[in-house]
Write a protein that binds this ligand. Structure first.
Ligand SMILES: NC(=O)c1ccc[n+]([C@@H]2O[C@H](COP(=O)([O-])OP(=O)(O)OC[C@H]3O[C@@H](n4cnc5c(N)ncnc54)[C@H](OP(=O)(O)O)[C@@H]3O)[C@@H](O)[C@H]2O)c1
Length: 263
């Protein structure tokens, strides 16, 4: 399938590890030029070197941003655009959530995490609007999460943060459609990144299980019975960036092994 991605330019936030870094590897394999954004300069340099090592010849640049610090967003967006010479695809992947139930999450944590997602992704997208509008294949891909659709009390913060991301995705799709830009969200279920490893460890401690049994316990409600791998998310991020998804916009797609119960 011709995905028409060779030579496109992508900016990915949260690209120094986890899902963001895996998307970077998949994009590089398609010949996409990359700007990796994150708050850790050394981590970004290492990630860029890793991507170049797997795909020699693909241009990979970096720019430091801390989405909790709004004043860092425009300089990072400008630096990425200046180095790449434009942008066609923006993947807003940076984020996370403080673990805990209602009474366990301090106020400042709500504010910190909301500044990253959805507020940070909204600010980043706003900074890049002129370049995205110039692109012949403008794409915005927001990494949300299934908890945005089905909140859980034990992971209280994941609900509103990811729900807000879905709402922003839909509104941006409405606004940017007339400029030929598609805006979509991907909703990962529990995906094997640092966060998942922590969840397995917590579950093992709380339920007095081995790590292997704890992972199996977490998979009980996943019909396909497998942990989502970052590659599963990255495959969809490639398709949503491609010319083949040209009329898909304003939607959110779960990658969760069928776990989400709602339709
Ligand atoms: N893994 C899952 O099970 C899961 C499930 C649902 C949704 N998601 C979503 O998928 C996305 C990626 O998650 P992941 O599992 O790959 O997580 P991860 O391994 O923890 O990576 C999170 C990334 O976000 C970056 N980040 C965090 N705060 C930032 C800030 N203030 N400014 C700039 N960058 C920041 C991190 O940078 P540092 O290295 O500097 O911390 C890191 O690169 C997140 O939006 C997450 O909510 C993940």
């Amino acid at each position: 399938m011709d995905l028409s991605l060779t030579g496109k330019k992508a900016i990915i936030s949260g690209a120094n590890r986890g899902i963001g870094l895996t998307i970077a590897h998949h994009y590089a394999a398609e010949g996409i030029e990359l700007a990796l954004l994150g708050r850790n300069e050394k981590g970004l340099a290492d990630a860029a070197a890793e991507v170049r090592a797997r795909q020699p010849g693909v241009r990979v640049v970096t720019a430091v941003v801390d989405l909790e610090q709004p004043q860092t967003i425009k300089p990072a967006a400008d630096a990425a655009v200046a180095q790449l010479g434009g942008v066609d695809i923006l993947v807003n992947c940076a984020g996370g959530a403080y673990r805990g139930r209602l009474a366990e999450i301090p106020d400042d944590m709500w504010e910190r995490y909301f500044k990253v997602k959805p507020l940070g992704l909204l600010r980043m997208t706003r900074e890049l609007l002129p370049q995205l509008k110039e692109s012949a294949q403008g794409r915005v891909i927001n990494i949300s999460g299934t908890r945005g659709r089905e909140p859980e009390s034990h992971s209280m913060m994941s609900g509103p943060i990811n729900f807000g991301t879905l709402s922003v995705t839909k509104a941006m799709a409405n606004e940017l459609g007339p400029f030929g830009i598609t805006v979509n969200a991907i909703c990962p279920g529990s995906t094997r990144t640092r966060r998942f490893t922590e969840l397995v460890e917590i579950t093992a401690r709380e339920r007095n299980l081995s790590l292997e049994k704890a992972e199996q316990w977490l998979l009980q409600e996943v019909p396909l019975g497998k942990v989502i791998e970052p590659e599963d998310i990255a495959d969809l991020a490639v398709f949503l960036a491609s010319a083949r998804s040209r009329l898909i916009s304003g939607t959110a797609i779960n990658v969760d092994g069928g776990r989400t119960r709602s339709i």
